[in-house]
Design a binder for this molecule. Structure first.
Ligand code: CO8
Length: 303
């Protein structure tokens, strides 16, 4: 609720609502020409650039939060606002998510948001992580991840919320849920999302060992659906989008919901308990120590 309030006040979604007028016979929402022209190729926030092509109904969302698109509370909030705006616009049928940062799609959750922070702040952060997952996993749009760089942990989660994943075929990039390497445990809905993507056995091995897969290995287990040369990721995503948009929206959306609803319901009916669990876990001295050591390791590796 707090995030929703933040979303509303910060970017004035009510103003957007007021420019949407209901169509008489179908109760559907139409978009006024004024807002259509405003929305073309607009940049919704400094860290998230959205290019919406009215003629195709496809938006390309480019994540550009230097250096590695780590998912901080602010960035997650902006991401949720951008997705919600597109979701409300019925002329937007497809969303491609990609990165504007070199070599990295997203480094996952911002570790600094989980290190040395108060329980209240951790709770607020976790709520935003949940919100991002709910918005993307539950989206009515066709969503494609154009993974043009490494995508560990929360980055992998974000990719897995999409309907389809295309990754740059560069062996230096990796993708996976590596939480155990940080001494932390992927929550049940991370696990469920991965199980829905690559099956029980692959998830069991991946999660216990915190495996990060090369694009070729990710393709083998179905963690990504396609690998293409690095300079063709966006073009391949656009081509795939055309194929998916050829399916009638209502049939595809109902099917998607049928496949994902049980997983979504599991979190929506347990959000508060999940936040409490996260806060209790992440603020433990032993877990804070593990995170501190991991941060040190990241810095040393750089040096
Ligand atoms: N959060 C915060 N800062 C980060 C993160 C991150 N996730 N990743 C990298 N950074 C920082 C680095 O420390 C570095 O900072 P500085 O410049 O101050 O030294 C800067 O970003 C650049 O990083 P690199 O030099 O390492 O950049 P490279 O391009 O060489 O590598 C990688 C990019 C591959 C993304 C690499 O940075 C990396 O592996 N990062 C760590 C990724 C990771 O392990 N993320 C896990 C986050 S945890 C998560 O998402 C799920 C948590 C679930 C919690 C459940 C608990 C119950």
């Amino acid at each position: 609720m707090a995030l929703r309030a933040a979303l509303r006040s910060k970017f004035s979604l009510s103003a957007l609502h007021s420019q949407l007028s209901p169509c008489s016979s179908h109760g559907k929402v139409c978009v006024s020409p004024v807002i259509v022209s405003q929305r073309r190729n607009n940049s919704t926030s400094p860290k998230i650039k959205v290019d919406f092509d009215q003629s195709t109904g496809v938006a390309v969302m480019c994540l550009q939060s230097p250096p590695v698109n780590s998912l901080s509370l602010d960035f997650l909030t902006e991401l949720c606002i951008s997705v919600e705006k597109l979701e409300m616009d019925k002329s937007c049928r497809g969303l491609i998510i990609t990165s504007g940062q070199p070599k990295v799609f997203s480094a996952g959750l911002d570790i600094m948001e989980m290190y040395g922070k108060s329980p209240e702040r951790c709770g607020e952060f976790w709520k935003a992580v949940q919100e991002m997952w709910l918005k993307l996993y539950n989206s009515n749009m066709v969503t494609i991840a154009a993974i043009n760089g490494s995508s560990p942990a929360g980055g992998c989660l974000m990719s897995m919320t999409c309907d389809y994943r295309i990754m740059a075929d560069n062996p230096r990039y990796s993708i996976g849920l590596n939480e155990t390497l940080l001494g932390i445990v992927a929550p049940f809905w991370f696990k469920d999302t991965m199980m829905n993507t690559v099956g029980h056995r692959n998830t069991e091995i991946s999660l216990e060992l915190g495996l990060l897969y090369s694009p070729a290995d990710a393709l083998k287990i179905g963690l990504v659906d396609q690998i293409v040369p690095e300079d063709q990721v966006l073009a391949a995503a656009t081509k795939t989008m055309t194929k998916w948009l050829a399916i009638p929206d209502h049939a595809r959306q109902i099917t998607k919901s049928m496949m994902r609803k049980p997983t979504i319901d599991k979190l929506t009916s347990n959000r508060d308990a999940d936040i409490k669990n996260f806060v209790g876990f992440i603020t433990k001295d032993s877990i804070q120590k593990s995170l501190g050591m991991y941060l040190e390791m990241l810095k040393k590796r750089k040096a």
